[in-house]
Design a protein around this ligand. Structure first.
Ligand code: CA
Length: 232
């Protein structure tokens, strides 16, 4: 999985639990603790899904939901709402306000994960697909395997994540800083040249210097998985 989730929850124990488990599944997470912080966080980077608690200090989850649906740029942002037990009428109101689904607190972590996956499968299938395939390259996220035609391609864990990230949005160019952030995560000890080194190794393992290179270097910008790869 490689989607980004914005968690809106004021209780630290709950957002930590959610963030921990989502990260373990490969999701990228950010947390804000109030409804007021949601919009600035979205402007900074559009998430793939909003995990939104109903009970927040200040702006409530419902207020946030309404606001998200009212603005054209966020109208389609998927929202999974967390609601308290026994608030049937409020849950119905939540769905009426535009949440895609809801989970009742106290929730089980696997249930939240399943709901998130099911929403993403609908709106962003490439983020939760078990395999990604272009041309003769297939990446299996579950078995952590890459094959090229009939050959197994051996990659380091970082090279695998890098290829997975690029293959998720073919044609999209990512800067070295973006790749560091999204593939290496919060490890600030690596610098941007590390990206070049890993892209170089990834290329070598994928193409062995004689097959078509699926990765484009975009001068002054960064790297992309070539959207024309395999379509010649
Ligand atoms: Ca709360």
């Amino acid at each position: 999985m490689s989607a980004s989730i914005l968690i809106v929850e004021d209780e630290a124990a709950i957002h930590q639990l959610l963030a921990y488990n989502l990260q373990a599944e490969g999701f990228r997470t950010r947390v804000v603790e109030t409804g007021e912080e949601v919009y600035p966080a979205i402007v900074e980077e559009m998430p793939d899904l909003l995990l939104l608690d109903w009970m927040l200090p200040g702006l409530s989850g419902i207020d946030v939901c309404r606001m998200i649906r009212a603005r054209p740029e966020t109208q389609k942002l998927p929202i999974l709402m967390l609601t308290a037990r026994g608030e049937e009428s409020e849950r119905i109101r939540g769905l009426a306000t535009g949440a895609d689904d809801y989970v009742i607190k106290p929730f089980s972590v696997p249930e939240v994960m399943a709901r998130i996956r099911s929403i993403l499968r609908r709106v962003k299938p490439e983020a939760v697909a078990e395999t990604l395939g272009f041309g003769d390259i297939t990446l299996d996220r579950v078995k952590k395997r890459v094959t090229r035609s009939t050959r197994d391609v051996t990659l380091s864990p970082t090279e695998f994540r890098l290829l997975e990230y690029l293959m998720q949005s073919p044609g999209r160019v990512y800067s070295r800083a973006q790749l560091l952030d999204r593939v290496w995560g919060n490890d600030n000890f690596v610098d941007e040249r590390t990206v070049d080194v890993h892209v170089g190794r990834l290329r070598k393992n994928l193409s062995r210097g004689r097959e078509v290179d699926p990765i484009r270097t975009v001068r002054g910008s960064g790297y992309a998985f070539d959207e024309r790869f395999g379509k010649a």
